[in-house]
Design a protein around this ligand. Sequence first.
Ligand code: BMA
Length: 309
Amino acid sequence: MQLNRLNDNPILKPTANWWEIQATFNPGAIIFQGKVVLLYRAIGGDGLSRFGLAKSVDGFTFERFEDPIFEAELTNQYERLGVEDPRIVQIEDTYYITYTAASVYEAITYRQQKFAPSLNHPAPWRVRPSLITTKDFQTFERKGIILDVDTKDVTLFPEKINGRFALLHRIYPHMYLTFSTDLKNWQDEQILVDPKEGFWDSERVGAGAPPIKTEKGWLLFYHGVDKQHIYRLGVLLLDLNDPTKVLYQGPEPILEPVETYEKEGLTPNVVFTCGAVELNDQYYVYYGGADKVIGSAVIGKEEILSNLP
Ligand code: BMA
């Protein structure tokens, strides 16, 4: 079971626009009004991450916008480095976008932790999972931080399960699953997937694209990292009614860095997904190559489902 790269890859690259001059990568993806919408992470000349928007009818030729569509709040201490890695789900008529609010340690916190731990200053933080919602991909409503923990790779499931929102996230190095009725208080949190010694995902694992509902279960394109720091993509299948049950975990990756644009960029040897869509009976997995460009790789729906238990 392998994803097949599109011939047009990379389908989006940095442009001369100040806010996306360094990198465009790790897009969330969804079908909206009949088009594939990518909400992608862009890094500007100032080193900050913002979100850009691109739309496509065919899944690989994209119309993009001159300006960023969403950026960090200047006064928000959790977003000093910007907003990263959006993942989009539709629940009823609302699109929920989870993302990583990225920041830097406050100098005082860092110094005290390092040199005077007995002062017991609160633990430093780097990232926080945040949520925005939208109905039109033009205006976004900020819901703020949804988990007060240093964790990333955060995605909701595209529907409530037994009346509760379900959320995947990654406190290094494990993938966690947790539930909530209000997106503020979380219950029944547990480790869902561990890194596997000796395998391609031996160092850390995290959610990739939001889970996709299929007749066999929740299909999850996820990422794993090995001890050489190579990011690859693999497949997980979770039980539809009880996603704490892992029905299948692919032993081999389905995409790994091979092309130059996946091996060389801001971070070498990375394929990293935040979104996949179903289009013309295929799954289009959109991914960041080496933290710099966007590619897409596809697999037939029937092909993947027939390979799952
Ligand atoms: C992860 C995230 C991603 C990035 C990846 C590879 O931890 O920060 O944004 O693509 O590392 O550098």
